[in-house]
Design a protein around this ligand. Structure first.
Ligand SMILES: [Zn+2]
Length: 91
């Protein structure tokens, strides 16, 4: 039995959680070895999961986001001086 990409995608969350059947796991791993698309998807899925987990683990102190927001605003203002819509080559 050969797994297609879309089948692998269905198993990715189970793969990351370690919930797959040994047989399925083997097929998925075999597929990932030679399929760049699915390895890339697995990579980005893993990153998203780690980010979500981090968000749960870390609680930012209240003043922090406010300060960060102010800083972002200042930096964004620095980037956007000049009239908008002056990008070239869009005709
Ligand atoms: Zn694939």
């Amino acid at each position: 039995m050969v797994l297609e990409c879309k089948h692998v995608w269905e198993h990715i969350s189970g793969y990351l959680d370690g919930n797959l059947d040994a047989a399925v796991l083997e097929e998925v791993q075999k597929h990932l070895e030679h399929c760049e698309i699915c390895s890339a998807i697995l990579d980005s899925t893993r990153n998203i999961l780690i980010l979500t987990a981090d968000e749960r683990v870390f609680e930012l102190p209240l003043g922090f986001s406010e300060r960060l927001h102010a800083r972002l605003e200042t930096e964004m203002r620095g980037f956007t001086y000049g009239p908008s819509g002056s990008e070239e080559g869009d005709t």
